[in-house]
Design a protein around this ligand. Structure first.
Ligand code: ZN
Length: 197
């Protein structure tokens, strides 16, 4: 049994009885949509790291691992889908899986944005701590600079704060600092600022 690449209906003749497209036309339509969806996905993948630098969650590194899985998972699917469509192979399930991936970076970005944007400045709590280490991760996400500080949270030994370039250069190992933390409108704690004690 073959299915129309575009609408997914079962097809016995070259022309799909459901959408009217021929095999070649359905392939073209599908590949155009795949490109458009991939574009939307990539835009979201740029928005997410951008927002995560404006309202950086304390547990950003775990969220970045999750985001990385989404990113490479989706791009792998896109490549496989493209190849299977070209060979006119079955793609229905994979197509649905891919549709599910498209909004994920946007949902992550919107969550962090709402979490930070709707948080009131009066909620900032300041924790005294000290810088234990710093490192600059060169990777996919531009400017992944971390200040590793002693944690004030129970069960956590250190916090890895995603700081900007200025704060990264300003502080050094052993510096006593104060970290301003907001609880987050959606309950995701994020750090508001880091100051010298
Ligand atoms: Zn069709």
């Amino acid at each position: 049994m073959t299915r129309c690449l575009d609408c997914g209906s079962e097809r016995t003749t070259d022309q799909c009885t459901s959408c009217g497209l021929t095999t070649a036309a359905a392939e073209l339509t599908f590949r155009r949509r795949l490109m458009r969806q991939t574009g939307i996905f990539l835009l979201g993948s740029l928005a997410f790291p951008y927002i995560s630098q404006i309202y950086p969650p304390l547990d950003l590194d775990w969220i970045l691992v999750f985001f990385g899985l989404i990113f490479f998972g989706a791009l792998t699917l896109a490549v496989v889908l493209e190849r299977r469509a070209r060979n006119h192979q079955e793609i229905e399930l994979m197509k649905r899986a891919y549709n599910g991936f498209i909004p994920l970076p946007w949902i992550l970005a919107a969550t962090l944005f709402i979490n930070g944007r709707l948080d009131a400045q009066k909620n900032v709590v300041y924790y005294p701590t000290a810088v234990e280490a710093r490192f600059n991760m060169k990777g996919i996400v531009k400017g992944s600079r971390r200040l590793v500080v002693r944690s004030w949270r129970e069960g956590e030994r250190v916090e890895r704060l995603a700081v900007d370039m200025d704060d990264y250069d300003r502080f050094h190992e052993g510096d006593p600092i104060v970290v301003g933390v907001e609880p987050g409108a959606l309950g995701i704690p994020w750090y508001y600022g880091v100051y010298r004690r």
